[in-house]
Design a protein. Structure first.
Length: 275
C-alpha cells in the first residue's frame, strides 16, 4: 500500500549521471516485487526456467544492476527482516488480494481472455524465501553488496542515509521520508518506461529525488508532524488511516492542531496510551 504523500510534495528531476560515484541504498523487496509483477510473458505468466521455477526477479536484477554499474552508480540492497507486528493487517490484506487475483488469472487463462490474464497476472506476484536467497546470490556474483535488515528494509536504508554511509535511499514508496531518509530517489531505472497498473500500456518516467529538509519546508511541518500526517493518511503500519482523511485534509488538520492527539475529528479513535 505505502504512504500517499504525492499530492503534498514536489520532486526534483534527476539525471542518473548525477548519481555517478555515489552509493544508493535500494529497498530490495520493493524492487524485486516490481520485477516479479512486470517481467511476464504474453499471457501474464512470469518468466521461468526449464524446471518451472520463476526467474523474473533474476532477470530484472541482472539487467537493472548492470545498467546502474555502467553509470558508475554503486547500489547497496537492503532486505527486509522480520515484519513488525503492526504490519500484519496489511500483509494479510495483500495476501487476500493475491489469492483473489490468482483465481481470476487462472479463470481468464482458461477462458482465453488474454488482456484480463495479463492484468490479473501482475497482481499475483509472491516473493518467497528461495527467491530472496537467489537474489542475494546473484548480487554477490555481481559484486554488489547487500544488507540484511533486522526488520523493515526501508527503515534500515533511511538509517544509512542519516549516517552518511550512502547518498540516498531508493524506493517507489514515500515511507522512506517518514523513516527520515535524507534523500529519496524514485524511478531508479535506465529504461525511462514503466507499465501502467492493470493496463497493457507504458508511460515515460524519469528519475526524481526528494530531499528531507526541503520536503519539511514545502509542507511547513516538523518531521514529527509529518509522521502524524502519515498516520492520518495511512501507512503499512496502520492501513487505511482514518476514514475520510486524505493527504490534503491530513496536512490541514495537523497544521491546525499541531499534533495528532489534538485533532478533534479522530481523538475518540485513538488508543489509550499510558504515560
Amino acid at each position: 500500500m505505502g504512504l500517499d504523500l504525492k499530492p503534498l510534495v514536489t520532486a526534483a528531476p534527476l539525471k542518473l549521471q548525477e548519481l555517478a560515484g555515489k552509493a544508493i541504498a535500494i529497498d530490495a523487496y520493493n524492487t524485486i516485487y516490481q520485477f516479479l509483477s512486470i517481467i511476464r510473458g504474453p499471457t501474464g505468466e512470469p518468466l521461468a526456467n526449464s524446471r518451472g521455477e520463476i526467474t523474473s526477479h533474476l532477470s530484472g536484477l541482472f539487467y537493472r544492476n548492470t545498467n546502474l554499474l555502467m553509470e558508475n552508480i554503486r547500489p547497496v540492497y537492503v532486505f527486509d527482516g522480520k515484519a513488525n507486528e503492526l504490519k500484519k493487517p496489511e500483509i494479510e490484506r495483500r495476501s487476500k488480494i493475491k489469492k483473489e487475483a490468482t483465481e481470476k488469472y487462472q479463470q481468464a487463462v482458461e477462458e482465453g481472455r488474454i488482456e484480463d490474464a495479463r492484468k490479473y497476472g501482475s497482481r499475483t506476484a509472491v516473493l518467497n524465501d528461495r527467491m530472496v536467497e537467489e537474489s542475494k546470490k546473484l548480487l554477490a556474483h555481481l559484486g554488489i553488496p547487500y544488507i540484511q535488515a533486522p526488520s523493515d528494509g526501508e527503515a534500515a536504508a533511511a538509517f544509512l542515509t542519516r549516517r552518511d554511509l550512502v547518498y540516498a535511499a531508493a524506493s517507489q514508496d514515500y515511507d522512506s521520508i517518514l523513516f527520515g531518509a535524507k534523500k529519496l530517489v524514485r524511478n531508479l531505472a535506465i529504461s525511462g518506461k514503466r507499465k501502467v497498473p492493470n493496463r497493457n500500456a507504458y508511460v515515460d518516467v524519469e528519475p526524481e529525488i526528494f530531499e528531507h529538509d526541503k520536503v519539511l519546508q514545502e509542507v511547513g511541518l516538523t518531521h514529527e508532524q509529518l509522521v502524524d500526517v502519515g498516520i492520518l493518511i495511512g501507512t503499512d503500519f496502520n492501513p487505511g488511516g482514518f476514514p475520510g482523511i486524505g493527504p490534503k485534509t491530513a496536512l490541514k488538520l495537523i497544521k491546525e492542531g499541531d499534533r495528532l492527539e489534538n485533532v478533534e475529528k479522530i481523538r475518540n479513535l485513538l488508543p489509550e496510551v499510558p504515560y
